[in-house]
Design a protein around this ligand. Structure first.
Ligand SMILES: *[C@@H]1O[C@H](CO)[C@@H](O)[C@H](O)[C@H]1NC(C)=O
Ligand SMILES: *[C@@H]1O[C@H](CO)[C@@H](O)[C@H](O)[C@H]1NC(C)=O
Ligand SMILES: *[C@@H]1O[C@H](CO)[C@@H](O)[C@H](O)[C@H]1NC(C)=O
Ligand SMILES: *[C@@H]1O[C@H](CO)[C@@H](O)[C@H](O)[C@H]1NC(C)=O
Ligand SMILES: *[C@@H]1O[C@H](CO)[C@@H](O)[C@H](O)[C@H]1NC(C)=O
Ligand SMILES: *[C@@H]1O[C@H](CO)[C@@H](O)[C@H](O)[C@H]1NC(C)=O
Length: 341
């Protein structure tokens, strides 16, 4: 449970050009609007695509695929949660590669009982190790999805849903409404489902193309401000030519014991007895960080130490420190903007 640090050394040659894939998960900048816009990834979004692959006697079977088109922001454990509200009285007969968190009231069904009868189902991914007969491609990753820049192949998550009491043609089917995505915790806003050109599927040998019977897309965008009102990291600086360390600004991510209503202000002293009992299991309950008490109160500190500064290049050592007891940020990445990078 000790806060851990990672070291990264950056060398930048001023003459040769090369790309540095230093990616920063959480932008340290402050956000002043609720606009879903990330300056470091302005086109980033999560697109959710529903492909109807079969009409059934009372509805349809659809494959739902989530594409994380965000360059840097992945979906970490405990994973995504997808919710929606049915437009009519649809039920979910069965699912593959995911499940609803609640079945709801299916008492009016005799014999065959649906998987879920709720008007607003909430769906979660299945866990790795799910039996093969409940899997489909790109499922069962515990809701964890990579970012596009890190691993495009891992930036996709799918499940299959068999819907009943629904339209059985592309004229009578109704798209789900009020789609919500938690990934995990708040931050995403999803637009309405839009009927788009049916997806074309290429066969493995690329010799035959089939197509979905009907397709609709939903685009969800992230807002740091919606996710959390205070920044989640701060930057401190030092250099070889000056003994002064410019530390993170006091209260950069909130002030200790402030009652400013954002949930920040509570922190844990590392020498607190029974620390473990204070720290709830990571991922459980809410998304609020449980941080070690510091003057800056940030879950993450990025320390930028200039080691060398020559005419041709400079070199810095970057130390990333995790002060959040609820997270181990195992898939972390860091994005740096610098005029000379
Ligand atoms: C979502 O991201 C993809 C990939 O960057 C992009 O092609 C698409 O236009 C974006 N969608 C929206 C609605 O911004
Ligand atoms: C619905 O299906 C008909 C053919 O059955 C097709 O001509 C039409 O374009 C489809 N409409 C949509 C919105 O997919
Ligand atoms: C949309 O979904 C959210 C969360 O499930 C719920 O709080 C809200 O009332 C819903 N809105 C509508 C119009 O159904
Ligand atoms: C729907 O989403 C899929 C997956 O991102 C994309 O390939 C397709 O172009 C989108 N369709 C439209 C019309 O945006
Ligand atoms: C060292 O840094 C401090 C704080 O930025 C600054 O006030 C001081 O002038 C610097 N000293 C030198 C020798 O550059
Ligand atoms: C930390 O990350 C590892 C994967 O590297 C994961 O197995 C473990 O459950 C995580 N622990 C916590 C406390 O999140």
């Amino acid at each position: 449970m000790e806060p851990s640090s990672s070291l990264v050394t950056v060398s930048v040659t001023k003459i040769t050009t090369f790309t540095i894939s230093l990616l920063f998960l959480i932008s340290c900048s402050t956000f002043t609007s609720t606009e879903a816009y990330d300056a470091l990834d302005p086109n980033g979004n999560i697109t959710i695509k529903w492909d109807v692959i079969q009409w059934t006697a009372d509805g349809y079977v659809a494959v739902v695929t989530m594409y994380n088109f965000q360059q840097y922001r992945h979906i970490q454990s405990p994973g995504w949660t997808l919710g929606w509200t049915w437009a009519k009285k649809e039920v979910i007969w069965s699912m593959m590669g995911a499940q609803t968190t609640e079945q709801g009231d299916c008492s009016k069904f005799k014999g065959n009982v649906p998987h879920c009868c709720k008007k607003n189902p909430t769906v979660v991914d299945l866990l790795p190790g799910t039996p093969y007969n409940q899997q489909i491609a790109n499922c069962c990753k515990g809701g964890v999805i990579s970012s596009w820049a890190q691993d495009p192949a891992g930036a996709v998550s799918s499940f299959q849903v068999s819907v009943g009491a629904a339209g059985t043609t592309n004229k009578t089917v109704r798209v789900p409404k009020n789609i919500t995505l938690k990934a995990p915790g708040p931050g995403y806003t999803c637009g309405p489902a839009k009927i788009v050109r049916p997806t074309a599927f290429m066969s493995a040998d690329k010799r035959r193309v089939t197509q979905a019977l009907m397709t609709w897309n939903i685009t969800c965008t992230y807002s740091q401000f919606l996710a959390q009102k205070t920044p989640t990291c701060c930057v401190s600086l030092s250099s070889f030519y000056n003994d002064t360390i410019v530390s993170c600004p006091t209260c950069a991510c909130g002030c200790q014991n402030s009652t400013a209503g954002t949930g920040s202000g509570t922190c844990v002293h590392p020498d607190t007895p029974h620390l473990a009992s204070v720290i709830s299991p990571p991922g459980k309950s809410d998304n609020t960080p449980l941080v070690q008490c510091t003057s800056h109160m940030c879950p993450i500190r990025v320390h930028w130490h200039v080691k060398l500064n020559y005419k041709e290049y400079w070199r810095v050592k970057v130390t990333v420190t995790n002060f959040n007891y609820r997270m181990n940020y195992s898939l972390w990445n860091m994005v740096v903007q610098h005029p000379q990078l």
